[in-house]
Design a protein around this ligand. Structure first.
Ligand SMILES: [Zn+2]
Ligand SMILES: [Zn+2]
Length: 172
């Protein structure tokens, strides 16, 4: 969904849309949506700038980093974004990039792409490191067994790295 600025009455408007998971896929290689993504918000012109704020709700599925089991999590995020055109950006902002200005996005001056906002917010909301549980044991590198379900018979050198350091000390 794109919001054309010239269609905004009085320089502001509201928007709402429910994306089917396949409308946004893939948000990212890691992330699969298991429920529609609902977004709603407001858009307003402020001088040359455009301010968009709103809320998004959905559920996502990501594989556990260790055992690769899918983990589902709710995604619920508020956002407030500021857009300026490329030329404004160059004339006024490039000289002094502060942290605050880094959250400003550049757009074409004609329309705001809500699809991109939704994808970006989902990406930001899903942790980059995902475990099915804090102490997930992962899978055996030898036989591929999920070690959370029991111990396999493989002889692997899977010493906890913290103890491995200790072991090296002793043998020195
Ligand atoms: Zn796991
Ligand atoms: Zn094994």
């Amino acid at each position: 969904m794109r919001i054309e600025l010239e269609n905004l009455e009085g320089g502001k408007g509201v928007f709402a849309h429910v994306y089917r998971p396949d409308e946004l896929d893939p948000v990212d290689e890691r992330i699969r949506l298991t429920e529609p993504a609902a977004v709603n918000g407001q858009i307003r012109l402020s001088g040359h700038d455009v301010v968009v704020n709103g809320h998004i709700d959905t559920r996502a599925q990501v594989d556990c980093d260790r055992c690769l089991k899918p983990v589902e999590l709710p995604v619920s995020a508020d956002f407030e974004l500021e857009y300026i055109t490329g030329s404004d950006y160059e004339s006024s902002h490039v000289a002094e990039l502060t942290d605050a200005e880094m959250s400003v996005s550049v757009f074409d001056g004609e329309a705001i792409d809500v699809d991109e906002i939704v994808k970006e917010q989902i990406l930001l909301a899903v942790p980059t490191r995902m475990l099915c549980r804090e102490d997930c044991k992962g899978i055996c590198p030898e036989c591929g067994m999920d070690k959370n379900t029991g111990e396999c018979q493989c002889v692997t050198d899977d010493i906890d790295p913290r103890w491995a350091a200790l072991k090296n000390l002793k043998t020195e």
